[in-house]
Design a protein around this ligand. Structure first.
Ligand SMILES: C=C(O[C@H]1C=CC=C(C(=O)O)[C@@H]1O)C(=O)O
Length: 365
């Protein structure tokens, strides 16, 4: 595989076959996918704040801050869907991790949510984001290649990615949520929380409250990280697949030295953890009983401390040897209805499931 021209799909297939670490991603609003490949693989960096280590590449960080983020150096960067074959050889085999996840059924999940609501009513936290793995019939890792293409078509305003992470398996998703974008000295972020389906009902005070906690967290972290000229947009809505979310944008000015600290402080927002953070984390640990791994963490390309973008890893799936899971969750507050919260996770899972349904009806290549 060297010298001639190769398509992105054929390259992705070769990289999966040779177990070479790579990520392909398509930024919101862009049409061209970018790919980063490294024969060295993803490596751990000690802390999120060290993401600007002078190298360009791609970071993927787990939900739990006690676990290290992984970085992929931009050894090869390829733009588009057809390019000169970089000629990457076979890598050391790294098995797909064993899957220890079992998905809770509807009754079990609703019962868990009832217990969370009662914990909230007794003052343990104001909001906890509870999630579940949804097992799906997806038996062939190679199908992730047309799935990536389908996600790019279906969700032009999402951050779409496909990543093979040796030791952690295959991840793909279409996230609607920006965690932080850096363009020179300007940083942009958003609060995204509060969900309804595409119908026209009004937003409830439960949804507005859970959204406001995220806004408050962002404002506090921007101020504490030395940002200046902070501006906050009006709260509006965005559509993400079949879901509609409340969204508020933020912009600020920041010095280079504070950018890593800001990224570390923003994650996890109350849109994926809860409020207050420590109490919410405790409720998540006691309730979920599965490893979120990279789901509700964040990921994105880093060119330098002047140009980088990080997205919350939502509307995503993890593909194991013989199983695959889509992950979905929602903000639980005292005003939550457990059945409606279950249905919200069903709605959010449709982002991946509708795209999977489309490619499974298509012939492969
Ligand atoms: C936790 C998820 O969504 C978050 C992002 C947007 C809206 C959310 C909500 O309304 O609960 C969640 O905070 C998920 O998609 O799994």
């Amino acid at each position: 595989m060297n010298g001639g021209s190769i398509t992105l799909k054929a390259l992705q297939q070769h990289l999966l076959g040779t177990q070479t670490a790579f990520v392909s991603y398509r930024l919101p609003g862009e049409t061209t996918p970018e790919s980063i490949i490294s024969t060295k693989g993803f490596y751990e960096i000690p802390h999120i704040r060290e993401v600007f280590n002078g190298k360009s590449g791609f970071i993927i960080s787990p939900f739990l801050k006690s676990l290290p983020p992984l970085f992929l150096d931009a050894e090869f960067t390829l733009s588009g869907t057809q390019f000169t074959d970089p000629g990457i050889g076979r890598q050391e085999a790294s098995p797909v991790p064993e899957c220890r996840i079992t998905a809770p059924g509807k009754e079990e999940y609703i019962e868990k949510l009832r217990q969370v609501i009662s914990g909230i009513n007794s003052g343990r936290a104001d909001k906890a984001v509870i999630s579940r793995p949804i097992e799906i019939p997806f038996r062939e890792a190679g199908l992730s290649i047309p799935l990536f293409e389908q996600l790019c078509i279906d969700y032009p305003s999402a951050f779409v990615y496909l990543a093979w992470i040796p030791g952690y398996g295959l991840w793909t998703g279409a996230s609607p949520e920006l965690l932080l974008r850096i363009e020179n000295e300007t940083v942009t972020t958003m609060a995204l929380a509060g969900t309804r389906d595409a119908g026209s009902r009004a937003w409830t005070s439960k949804e507005m409250d859970e959204h406001e906690w995220v806004c408050r967290h962002i404002e506090e972290k921007l101020a504490a990280s030395g940002c200046n000229d902070v501006s906050r947009s009006e709260t509006g809505t965005i559509t993400a697949g079949m879901a509609v979310h409340l969204k508020t944008g933020f912009k600020a000015i920041i010095e280079d030295d504070n950018k890593g600290k800001l990224l570390e402080a923003l994650h996890p927002t109350p849109a994926v953890c809860g409020w207050p953070e420590i109490a919410a984390l405790d409720m998540i640990r006691n309730t979920e009983k599965y490893d979120r791994s990279f789901y509700t963490g964040f990921l994105g390309p880093v060119k330098s401390e002047k140009q980088a973008a990080f997205y919350v890893n939502l509307r995503c799936m993890q593909i194991f040897q013989d199983k695959a899971f889509v992950y979905a969750g929602g903000g639980i507050t005292a005003a939550s209805d457990p059945l409606a919260e279950w249905e919200e996770t069903v709605l959010k899972s449709q982002t991946m499931l509708t795209a999977i349904g489309k490619i499974q009806n298509l012939a492969y290549f």
